[in-house]
Design a protein around this ligand. Structure first.
Ligand SMILES: Cc1ncc(C[n+]2csc(CCOP(=O)(O)OP(=O)(O)O)c2C)c(N)n1
Length: 398
């Protein structure tokens, strides 16, 4: 196989293919991968997802990936954690008080969104401070480049073994090809090698798998049919853009960062103003990142809280890497946590009806909407973060 840099069609820059990078990582002895996806390394993850021997575990949060890597290292593996630089924030404590404190070697492959100040608003500050964060943590790091790839990886292995701690490689855009590799199965090599697969292990009485019928765009349209002037918090990713394309309203708060926190914002709003119905449009990846919200909602019982999760079983916004929701039912978790009502729907009429019923009755309500992985081609939200803040607050307080 040619391991040299190849031409990247989408970025028109010299870049290494995901396959070549996976091979180099394998040659350096990396044999355990965990992370939360970023589109900058979607091809690498796609190769790992389908790889027969290199397990990739789709972690719900980056700090969980750091924990998984620690466990794998104890078992004799050489682990790598794949994360976007936004995940440095999410995993700061796991890095400081686990990986660094105990001295647990791992490669941190950190994609560098906001590189040189050119990116969407949510990446600018984090992009600027990413090397500084690694310096503050005293994590040795290099910026990965396609033409020094082998040397960079060799340095990483040597340094992590010598220093006995995590070592980071910052991956700017244009270094790894994107959009060429297809996606495989969830952690096939680890999970499928077990005697029992997660699907086979389902307890008797678990409801059948839900078959999605609608795209998320159509499902959002069906949900929105039931809405009046309720505030709606949208989870980050393409969901915002799709909802925006269906018709903008000041009562829509579009999150363009802070993955996982749409439900927390909605809960805060609902607790501060218990009479106004609050709707959260969440994603499966977003909810998995903050699963603790389910018992919190259940414990606090906000009566007008409507939590709708569009579950496409993938991290669609970063290249459709599989999440774990093909294996587990989020509505079952919400039910077990103690939401007052729980529904699971797939058809347009049923979605509209479920939202209507939820808005008209005491909650908290949880509505799981299984959708296909189809993604509409929709424009970016044109507002600045401050504009979004001001118009939303004004609409809530009106
Ligand atoms: C802490 C953190 N890690 C990773 C990302 C990159 N990221 C942005 S959107 C997204 C996927 C969200 O998945 P989901 O909620 O299932 O929505 P979908 O994209 O499928 O609509 C990811 C991984 C991020 N923004 N923040």
């Amino acid at each position: 196989m040619n391991l040299g840099p190849t031409r990247c069609a989408r970025l028109d820059a010299m870049a290494v293919s995901g396959r070549a990078l996976a091979l180099l990582l394998e040659r350096q002895g990396f044999d355990f991968f965990a992370g939360v996806p970023c589109s900058l390394i979607e091809d690498l993850i796609a190769v790992l997802e389908a790889h027969p021997t290199l397990p990739y575990i789709p972690a719900p949060r980056e700090d969980v990936a750091v924990g998984l890597a620690a466990g794998a290292w104890f078992a004799g593996r050489r682990p790598a954690v794949l994360m976007q630089n936004s995940g440095l924030g999410t995993s700061l404590n796991a890095l400081a008080s686990l990986a660094l404190m105990y001295g647990l070697p791992a490669l941190l492959m950190v994609t560098w969104r906001g590189h040189r100040g050119k990116d969407a608003p949510e990446h600018i500050l984090t992009g600027e401070i990413s090397p500084g964060l690694l310096e503050l943590l005293r994590i040795p790091h290099r910026v990965l480049a396609a033409d020094t790839l082998e040397a960079d990886l060799a340095w990483t292995v040597e340094t992590m073994d010598k220093a006995m701690q995590p070592i980071a490689l910052l991956v700017p855009p244009d270094v790894v090809e994107i959009g060429k590799a297809g996606h495989g199965a969830v952690g096939r090599s680890l999970i499928a090698s077990d005697a029992t697969t997660a699907a086979e292990a389902r307890p008797i009485g678990t409801p059948p798998v839900l078959t999605p019928r609608l795209s998320r765009l159509d499902a959002i349209a069906a949900a929105r049919k039931a809405l009046g002037r309720e505030p709606v918090i949208h989870a980050n990713g393409y969901m915002c853009r799709e909802s925006f394309s269906l018709g903008d309203r000041p009562e829509n708060f579009y999150m363009i960062g802070s993955m996982g926190l749409a439900s927390a914002i909605g809960l805060g709003l609902s607790l501060a103003d218990r009479d106004t119905p609050t709707v959260v449009l969440d994603g499966d990846g977003n909810l998995l990142m903050n699963l603790g919200i389910l018992p919190l909602v259940a414990a606090l019982q906000p009566r007008r809280f409507v939590h709708i999760v569009f579950d496409n079983e993938v991290y669609g916004s970063t290249g459709s890497q599989r999440s774990i929701t093909a294996e587990i039912r989020l509505d079952r978790l919400a039910e077990a946590a103690g939401y007052r009502t729980v529904a699971a729907v797939t058809a347009a009429d049923a979605i509209t009806q479920a939202v209507r019923t939820a808005l008209d009755s005491p909650g908290p309500h949880f509505i799981l909407v299984k959708v296909t992985t189809a993604e509409a081609s929709v424009p970016r939200i044109p507002y600045t973060p401050h504009e979004l803040r001001d118009r939303f607050r004004a609409s809530v307080r009106a």
